[in-house]
Design a protein around this ligand. Structure first.
Ligand code: ATP
Ligand code: LTN
Length: 336
């Protein structure tokens, strides 16, 4: 792997996150913590995928707030806007534009197989909109504009990345080489965090049960309270086991936050009760998130400075996106 400061050019990475709610401890441990780690090794482009968020009905004032908040939180987590390109998707119109070119080169049949569309339309039968259906094409545009080598995505997005690759290969075969075919990036570290109330489901910001998820910006008291209430079992030993999903989830979280292995965690809490363990997990998570929250509070209060950063980010992104988009337009036969 070539490091950022080695002779060879570092590999390019692209990823995006939707501003569809308060980001959770699951988003942090499963995705964003890796983004922060990757910036030292790769040439990274990260975006707030606001266009994707309206595939589900959003209240305008709340959406606006969430876009600001997600961008500020990425900065607070330590994503350096100078080292990387950090922008808001809708500020770079080439995303929506390329998505049209790609839509006309994507088959209805292949979109119909997307499991997330099936799940989300079943969950939301009153708003099965065309954008929800063609969402993976917009995601393909997000990716292909920046010619990344690697795209870090969670398990739920693998099928969408596969489609992006298929679209790129087909387009290149039809019109000539325009896009790089990216590889999925499975991070070295990355935890799958489950709901604190139903450990068979993943922790999700759209879960109506507010005790089931911890927001990165929750207060210390809220975090500790949520961990105290976490669903466990009646066997009072702290060990990883398939038949102990609640405790296993807490061990996963504690080890992701402290860097200790699950065996080390089991050893640390040998002979101790669930109450003591839950409190330790809650306090450790709260202490880890506290500096992020403090930084976030500083960033979000200075809207002018924030605006300058996202405008610069968009300009930087657009310089790259434009080149790829115009090349694709030209190959398809448009007059430029
Ligand atoms: P929603 O609840 O609205 O479906 P979400 O919280 O599942 O959203 P996404 O915006 O779909 O989050 O995901 C953003 C990133 O965070 C993805 O890379 C996803 O894999 C990761 N992620 C989300 N939830 C978890 C989790 N519980 N554990 C680990 N990673 C997660
Ligand atoms: N669909 C992704 C967010 C997303 C994305 C992307 C991820 C939008 N565009 C491009 C990687 C690359 C999600 O909901 N997690």
């Amino acid at each position: 792997m070539c490091e950022k400061n080695s002779q060879q050019a570092p590999k390019k990475v692209l990823s995006c996150i939707q501003p569809s709610g308060m980001l959770t401890l699951g988003n942090y441990l499963g995705a964003l913590k890796n983004w922060v780690a990757m910036q030292d090794e790769f040439d990274c482009t990260f975006a707030v995928a606001d266009l994707h968020a309206i595939t589900v009905r959003q209240e305008p004032a709340k959406l606006r707030q969430q876009i600001y908040s997600t961008y500020a939180l990425l900065l607070a987590l330590g994503i350096d806007h100078e080292k990387n390109t950090l922008f808001i998707q809708s500020h770079v119109p080439e995303h929506a534009n390329l998505s049209w070119l790609l839509s006309c080169n994507t088959q209805f049949g292949e979109m119909s197989r997307m499991t997330q569309f099936k799940d989300k339309s079943a969950k939301n039968p009153s708003n099965v909109n065309v954008g929800l259906f063609s969402y993976p094409v917009l995601m393909a545009a997000d990716i292909l504009l920046y010619k990344p080598d690697l795209v870090p995505v969670g398990h739920d997005q693998k099928q969408h990345l596969e489609i992006a690759r298929d679209i790129a290969i087909r387009f290149n075969n039809l019109y000539g080489d325009v896009f790089t075919v990216p590889e999925p990036y499975i991070p070295k570290v990355g935890a799958r965090v489950m709901s604190l109330q139903d450990p068979s489901k993943k922790m999700s910001k759209s879960d109506d049960n507010l005790n089931s998820w911890v927001a990165i910006l929750d207060s210390k008291d809220d975090i500790i309270r949520k961990f105290k209430r976490a669903v466990t079992d009646s066997d009072a030993t702290i060990r990883m086991s398939e038949d102990k999903p609640g405790i296993s989830n807490l061990i996963t979280i504690y080890s992701a936050v402290t860097g200790k292995s699950s065996q080390e965690v089991e050893k640390e809490f040998e002979g101790k009760g669930y109450g003591e363990f839950k409190l330790a997990v809650g306090e450790t998570v709260a202490d880890t998130l506290a500096p992020i929250k403090k930084k976030y509070d500083e960033i979000i209060t200075d809207k002018k400075a924030l605006e300058q950063l996202y405008r610069e980010g968009a300009q930087k992104a657009e310089r790259v996106a434009k080149k790829t988009y115009f090349k694709a337009m030209k190959k398809v036969g448009f007059v430029l």
